[in-house]
Design a protein around this ligand. Structure first.
Ligand code: SF4
Length: 291
């Protein structure tokens, strides 16, 4: 299988076939992200994709789920994604879901009809880099789209019948703004009718602009306690059915939950964790290494 540079996938795609269709990320400008800093964006050829699929056929057995890498693979036009999906179905007829990371802008660039056609070719369960429902924070994170875009484009996915998992960052708003962020995030999730909400936690590392801003005092990170209070508040306020996907290694208290059904249990887990941590840790900003 061909993989160019670092390859990332959500923890929940650990059993999916990882198929490279792009290298790097077209945006590559998010304030906190260094994942593809040194990788020039490129598109994989159909010939190579077919070669990889043949190789995978030899050792993967009955593939049910394929994750297309890399950073914003849904940037590919519908005209490029359709033959890729057809090739996957040809080699793995029992594949149920072809998924990938997607930016809000990648949805915007496709028509409603194209979204439906892609869904018919089993492209679904998109992992959307929404990051926050808090306008000011979204602007700082430099995602290249507005909060209004998030609301509109997630609704377009719903109308096209494309399921999505919305990624959010606890601590994304910085010190003193965790509850504000939690309220805004819950509002977005309550409106977005997502299959799931995938949680990560803000970490300033590497040569990111965020790390520079922390160094200069422009961005003051939230303490551990603030992050955990934010976690609780968001769980409290989500009142639509969605799966809380929180097992990412960057989070301090990790669990999955079915919301709102498991709300009390989830809040109790966070409270128990807080009660076991000493004050020094709760008032610190733990070093986080990778997203
Ligand atoms: S967070 Fe996603 S969209 Fe932003 S630079 Fe990193 S890979 Fe690209």
């Amino acid at each position: 299988m061909k993989y160019t540079g670092p390859t990332y996938r959500p923890p929940y795609e650990a059993n999916s076939l990882l198929l490279q269709v792009t290298a790097g990320c077209t945006h590559n400008k998010c304030t906190f992200c260094t994942m593809y800093k040194d990788i020039k964006f490129s598109i994989e050829s159909l010939e190579q994709i077919e070669k990889d699929l043949k190789e995978a056929q030899a050792f993967c057995g009955d593939v049910k789920r394929v994750f297309l890498v890399n950073g914003d693979a849904f940037v590919l036009s519908a005209n490029r994604l359709k033959p890729i999906a057809e090739l996957i179905i040809q080699h793995f007829p029992n594949v149920e879901v072809i998924t990938m990371y997607a930016s809000i802008n990648n949805i915007k660039s496709k028509t409603d009809k194209e979204l439906e056609e892609l869904r018919d070719l089993r492209i679904n369960d998109l992992w959307i880099g929404t990051e926050t429902g808090h306008e000011q924070t979204l602007e700082y994170l430099n995602k290249g789209f507005s909060l209004r875009d998030s609301y509109e484009q997630l609704e377009r996915l719903n109308k096209a019948g494309v399921r999505h998992i919305d990624i959010l960052i606890f601590g994304g708003a910085g010190k003193g703004k965790g509850i504000e962020n939690a309220i805004a995030n819950a509002k977005l999730i309550n409106a977005s009718k997502s299959l799931g909400v995938s949680i990560t936690t803000m970490g300033a590392f590497g040569e990111s602009r965020l790390a520079e801003d922390v160094e200069k005092g422009i961005f003051v990170p939230a303490t551990e306690l603030e992050v955990l209070e934010e976690q609780k508040k968001m769980i409290e306020l989500i009142d639509v059915e969605t799966i809380y996907l929180g097992i990412h290694g960057i989070n301090t208290v990790t669990f999955d939950a079915q919301l709102p059904k498991d709300r009390e249990k989830a809040i109790e887990l966070v409270d128990t964790a807080i009660s076991k941590m000493d004050d020094d840790f709760l008032n610190s900003v733990p070093e986080r290494h990778s997203i």
